[in-house]
Design a binder for this molecule. Structure first.
Ligand code: ADP
Ligand code: MG
Length: 251
């Protein structure tokens, strides 16, 4: 069974056709690296998958439920407000910018989302935050504020924060692009262990070593379309299209 189904997704902004009919399936526990030149529509596709952007045409389903829509009285309705945000929380998203709350310590950054939605009691959430901080190697930094952490540590906190909601899918949009080179490895290691635990992941990245070593599949986009969809060994060693070959020469 697919965990993510993207079916004929189109999206335009004004006169610009950004996604021109995207079809993509991701299986449970699969790790897909989404590669492609800047402007090819990768971030827009991730935003369609978690419901931040609604496609103009086509649809996305995660774990069998339509994103951003529900069926009522035999008709499709757009989800709004709280319903939409509750659905979005089933999907973790990590951005290039870590977006931690600067006035909250690490523990409270983790606890804010779930507490706001009254999913569990304070003690339970605190325990869960502690476990997740251990998992990302920051068990001893729960009382630190974001400004006291390196970029790599902040990004690992952002990953732990996303995991607090027990997402069925994690989306990463260039999670290491804002980091100093020496801090990239620790974030990729955290993502690699998440992948090894069986998390379903879609990762937009320019880290080709990560894509080759961790991804089950590489999906290569250019100009709003999927141009190649292959196992990493095949994509990197034997790309089918000139478009992919010229991309790979530049990275
Ligand atoms: P990528 O992540 O592959 O670099 P994006 O999905 O961010 O590509 O963007 C593709 C194009 O869509 C860019 O030219 C960008 O300017 C445009 N775009 C993205 N989001 C919006 C928006 N909300 N409004 C207008 N244009 C947008
Ligand atoms: Mg982008």
């Amino acid at each position: 069974m697919s965990s993510v189904d993207v079916v004929n997704v189109h999206k335009s902004f004004g006169d610009n056709d950004i996604l021109k009919g995207i079809d993509m399936q991701v299986g449970q526990g699969e790790v897909v690296c989404l590669l492609g030149p800047s402007g090819s529509g990768k971030s827009t596709l991730l935003r369609c998958i978690n419901g931040l952007v609604m496609p103009d045409k086509g649809h996305v389903a995660v774990g069998g439920s339509l994103i951003g829509r529900k069926v009522r009285d035999g008709k499709l309705h757009d989800l709004r407000g709280r319903e939409a945000s509750v659905q979005r929380e089933r999907i973790g998203m990590v951005f290039q910018q870590f977006n931690l709350f600067p006035h909250l310590n690490v523990r409270d950054n983790l606890m804010l989302g779930p507490r706001a939605h009254r999913l569990a009691g304070k003690a339970e959430l605190e325990e869960k935050a502690g476990l997740l901080l251990n998992k990302v190697g920051l068990g001893n930094r729960a009382d630190a504020y974001p400004s006291q952490l390196s970029g790599g540590q902040q990004q690992r906190v952002a990953i732990a924060r996303a995991l607090m909601m027990e997402p069925e899918l994690m989306l990463f949009d260039e999670p290491t692009s804002a980091l100093d080179p020496e801090l990239v490895g620790e974030v990729l290691d955290t993502m690699r262990s998440l992948a090894e635990e069986g998390m379903t992941m879609i990762v937009v990245t320019h880290e080709m070593t990560f894509a080759r070593g961790v991804a089950d599949r590489v999906v290569f986009m250019a100009d709003g379309r999927i141009v190649e969809d292959a196992r990493p060994g095949i994509f990197f060693d034997n790309p089918e299209t000139e478009r992919a070959r010229s991309f790979l020469r530049l990275v």
